[in-house]
Design a protein around this ligand. Structure first.
Ligand SMILES: [Fe+2]
Ligand SMILES: [Fe+2]
Length: 311
């Protein structure tokens, strides 16, 4: 079977799954108007989280641990929806140049629909964190989260549109560098006991739907890599670790908002340098690296770049 038809079969199967497994659970989450207690014991950081392993966090009273846990979760959701917004722009831009009726054209639109639902759900949880209601956003008790710096949002949005059309291997690798570390973090949260029901519901929906998005990005990388010329392969191998190193830091080290939320700077630096902190970055891109290596896109020079980027 040719690569092309294998790819379009995979994408067609993913489209069918998007239709078949579509649930109304997003609507339930959005209709839920209940408050969320920031000191809920289920909001304490998962044990595997690098910050949870710090002496500073462990010496906090339980209620304060929950507040910090909720902050960490809210910050990751803020970065996540900004990333998903940029991802949707890249995907739509890619679809603009595909013929309508192709399997990939259809699938992209299912994925964009799901990502928009995710943004709404994440925004809903961020509102619970900030204590603001849908009618008055300004009544928030907590500071507004920034997520990605605005210049970077701007640059990333322009860049992802160009890459989605002209350098799909780098584009889909960056997509995975957003989706996979987030997926690992969300699975860690789902592995804890006693999560507040709305948090559990949001994370379960997200993890289930992201599995399709991850499959699509991986299939697209395989398909596109087979068509690269040898010069393009070397350039892609060289630049991908740079892009991934930046992406994974954005996803797992949202320093600005964590400092603003009251976590001391020296605690964060220590957490980042700790074995758990380093592993979180390396593991976040571990599966992408294995895929690129399998496709011959991690040569000797590239390996130096991966190391230089700390991944
Ligand atoms: Fe998503
Ligand atoms: Fe996604």
């Amino acid at each position: 079977m040719s690569q092309q038809s294998l790819f379009s079969q995979t994408v067609s199967r993913l489209s069918q799954a998007s239709v078949r497994r579509r649930s109304n659970s997003h609507a339930e989450v959005l209709a839920d108007q209940g408050a969320l207690d920031p000191t809920h014991p289920g909001l304490r950081l998962p044990e595997g989280d690098p910050l949870a392993q710090s002496m500073w966090y462990q010496s906090l009273p339980p209620e304060q641990q929950s507040r910090i846990g909720f902050l960490r979760l809210a910050v990751s959701l803020k970065t996540a929806w900004q990333f998903e917004n940029i991802l949707q722009q890249g995907l739509l831009h890619r679809a603009l140049y595909l013929s309508e009726g192709t399997e990939e054209f259809r699938y992209i639109h299912y994925e964009v629909i799901e990502e928009s639902q995710h943004t709404l759900m994440f925004d809903e949880l961020i509102r619970r964190w900030s204590g603001s209601s849908r009618s008055s956003r300004s009544s928030g008790l907590s500071p507004t989260l920034r997520g990605m710096p605005s210049w970077l949002r701007h640059v990333a949005a322009q860049l992802m549109r160009i890459l989605g059309r002209h350098s799909p291997v780098v584009f889909f690798s960056m997509v995975l560098a957003g989706e996979e570390p987030l997926d690992l973090m969300q699975r860690q949260w789902l592995g804890t006991d006693d999560l507040p029901p709305i948090v559990q519901q949001v994370l379960q929906i997200h993890v289930a739907e992201e599995a399709r998005h991850i499959s699509y990005a991986r299939a697209a990388i395989r398909d596109e890599a087979a068509r690269l010329s040898s010069l393009r392969r070397r350039t892609v191998a060289f630049f991908t670790p740079v892009a991934l190193g930046i992406m994974v830091r954005l996803m797992v080290r949202p320093t600005h908002d964590l400092l603003a939320g009251g976590i001391p700077r020296d605690v964060l630096s220590e957490v980042y340098r700790s074995p758990a902190g380093r592993d979180q970055m390396i593991d976040g891109v571990g599966r992408i690296r294995a895929l690129l290596a399998e496709l011959g896109l991690v040569d000797r020079t590239a390996r130096l770049m991966w190391r230089a980027m700390g991944i």
